[in-house]
Design a protein around this ligand. Structure first.
Ligand code: DGL
Length: 279
């Protein structure tokens, strides 16, 4: 069986790449819902429906474990997927993991007391980081800023405008005297250097491409029943729900390598994704 990585688009490729580096021979399949990107400005109901379709597709491709690399999905649909969808589905022995709690655990374990967070509109409005922090360590404070322009700029070759947009988003956050900045979105690690230039050297950066692979390893060690099912032949498959030359270019840039990207189309008739272009 395979490890599935689900994202609303291509940003999750940063996590896929980093998982590949830490677990070089694990079989991976990636699905990015480029047709419906961005999720970050959508309603809870829509995000749930889109992510359920993506998760179901990955399970049908023989995944026993799926990481939702997408913070917006982790913030909105994850709990319902884990607690309601999964037990009632034919995949009740499989598992779905998110990225919010592992990220906060890292900030807590590093001893930070004043955290900054940048994320999509949905993730910030959901307040999920604050709520999970209350459960983990109520003494820690978190200051949040929604940064909705960053994903479209990354996905659509808008890098020249990134520094000024980042300045606009980060300056007010920095006035809260934060000790670390959490990049709470799949795509933002791509902007690490630009962000570092603005925040300076004294504020730590917590980026999910650096922490999720280690957290995954720890999960697999704690759950041999899951890890033993994953095959280790170094295979990787990349699928998206819409494909264009611009998406291909972005994928190569993010993954840092030329990769084969395949399309999966949603069949209204069959109510699930099918590999290949069925249009
Ligand atoms: N993947 C999303 C996240 O991590 C960002 C892109 C989107 O808005 O869909 O929140």
């Amino acid at each position: 069986m395979k490890l599935g990585i689900f994202d609303s688009g291509l940003g999750g490729l940063l996590i896929a790449k980093s998982i590949r580096e830490h677990l070089p021979d694990i079989d991976i399949i990636y699905f990015g819902d480029t047709l419906h990107l961005p999720y970050g400005n959508r309603s809870k109901e829509t995000i749930y429906e889109y992510s359920k379709r993506g998760i179901e597709f990955l399970f049908a491709q023989d995944c026993n474990l799926i990481i939702t690399a997408c913070n917006t999905v982790s913030a909105s649909a994850l709990r319902t997927l884990q607690q309601e969808y999964l037990p009632a589905s034919q995949y009740s022995d499989r598992r779905i993991l998110g990225v919010v709690v592992p990220t906060l655990e890292c900030a807590r374990d590093d001893g930070y007391k004043r955290l900054g967070l940048i994320a999509t509109n949905y993730t910030v409005h959901s307040n999920v980081y604050e709520e999970e922090l209350q459960k983990l360590e109520p003494d820690i404070q978190i200051f949040q800023a929604q940064t909705p322009l960053l994903v479209p700029l990354i996905e659509h070759e808008g890098m020249p405008w990134v520094p000024s947009v980042l300045e606009h988003y980060l300056r007010p956050l920095l006035s809260n005297d934060i000790e670390c900045l959490i990049l709470g979105c799949t795509h933002y690690p791509f902007l690490k250097d630009e962000i570092r230039r603005i925040i300076g050297g004294d504020i730590a950066l917590i980026t999910q491409d650096e922490i999720i692979p280690q957290k995954l390893k720890e999960y697999l060690d704690r759950h041999p029943e899951m890890s033993e099912k994953i095959t280790h032949q170094g295979r990787e498959e990349f699928l998206v729900s819409d494909i264009t030359d611009s998406y291909k270019k972005t994928a190569y840039k993010i993954y840092g390598d030329v990769i084969d990207i395949e399309q999966a189309c949603f069949s209204m008739k069959q109510n699930h994704y099918i590999r290949g272009n069925t249009k």
